[in-house]
Design a protein around this ligand. Structure first.
Ligand SMILES: Cc1cc2nc3c(=O)[nH]c(=O)nc-3n(C[C@H](O)[C@H](O)[C@H](O)COP(=O)(O)OP(=O)(O)OC[C@H]3O[C@@H](n4cnc5c(N)ncnc54)[C@H](O)[C@@H]3O)c2cc1C
Length: 266
């Protein structure tokens, strides 16, 4: 690994100033994605500096504010799992956090890191889509359905920091992840579903975590069986080392049926 300058801001204002004024700089939160990629030499372009956002007070914590649940971008999965507010207002996010890695990764991994990394298999991302979350940055609020712009690409500007994620209160979202094992597995299919409003959000089945438009239209008509049929046309699964496209298509339909308690096909 080449030499990298380490920057440690004291607060959000300091972080924004440093990030904007340091060329070739990347934020470092828990480091569970970034450090792995830096060591492997796969982070492109390789940064010359990292901005450690882990301890910035404004990026920590889970709280209720303005009718929303707000989760700091640098809050860990363990912090979410331990939060009473998260259990009460975003239990599907807690369920997703529990499936991420093992305790070591849950202690360090953050929501901001999962979002900015933008892996199609990121486990919190369908949950945030199903909740209609809002990504709050140092300069604006980005609706989650406008956040993922392509494979591992986001709407973030090169010097834009994620500060928090806001989730509307009073939503009911069901979550399910299918991997090779019950724990420590990257998703083959990961799904979050809300009946009202109709939201069907899925990861690992396309180049981005997506909302399944045809399935949602059927669900909005209260046609659960129709949603299960339609979802196969919403996704763009590929064959890769973890699974085949055909398997992912079948599992997507099975998981949606299960989450909706829809009757099996005749
Ligand atoms: C063993 C192992 C198991 C894992 N298992 C899972 C799993 O089951 N499910 C899953 O979804 N992921 C998994 N991951 C991936 C990883 O843990 C998550 O994506 C985690 O949420 C990343 O958060 P982080 O804080 O560690 O991000 P970092 O590695 O610090 O950063 C990741 C990216 O986000 C950027 N970034 C971080 N914070 C901000 C911010 N505030 N604003 C702007 N950009 C920012 C960084 O610059 C970098 O590009 C696993 C990783 C490992 C090593």
């Amino acid at each position: 690994m080449h030499d990298v300058t380490y920057l440690r801001p004291t607060d959000l204002k300091d972080a924004v100033r440093l990030y904007r004024s340091t060329p070739e700089c990347r934020p470092l939160a828990g480091g569970t994605d970034l450090m792995v990629m830096l060591h492997a030499g796969t982070f492109r372009p390789a940064p010359r500096a990292v901005l450690d956002v882990w301890s910035i007070p404004e990026l920590k914590g889970v709280r209720r504010t303005q009718g929303m649940l707000e989760i700091g971008a640098a809050e860990s999965y363990t912090g979410m799992i331990r939060s009473r507010d998260a259990h009460e207002h975003a239990p599907a996010l807690v369920a997703a956090a529990r499936t991420i890695g093992a305790a070591q990764i849950q202690n360090r991994g953050t929501l901001g890191g999962n979002l900015a990394n933008a892996s199609p298999a990121g486990d919190t991302l369908p949950v945030l889509l199903a909740y209609d979350a809002v990504v709050v940055t140092d300069r604006r609020a980005i609706p989650i359905d406008q956040f993922f712009t392509g494979y591992r690409r986001t709407a973030l500007q090169p010097d834009e920091l994620i500060v928090a994620v806001r989730i509307p209160l009073g939503r009911h979202v069901a979550f399910r992840k299918v991997g090779t094992r019950a724990a420590q597995a990257i998703s083959k299919v990961v799904m979050a579903v809300s009946r009202s409003p109709a939201r069907v959000a899925i990861g690992s089945v396309a180049e981005v975590p997506l909302r399944a438009a045809r399935a949602e239209a059927a669900l909005a008509r209260n046609d659960a069986a129709g949603a299960v049929g339609a979802v196969a046309d919403d996704i763009r699964p590929i064959n890769d080392v973890r699974s085949t496209a055909a398997y992912r298509r079948a599992v997507t339909q099975n998981v949606l049926r299960e989450l909706l308690h829809a009757p099996p096909r005749p």
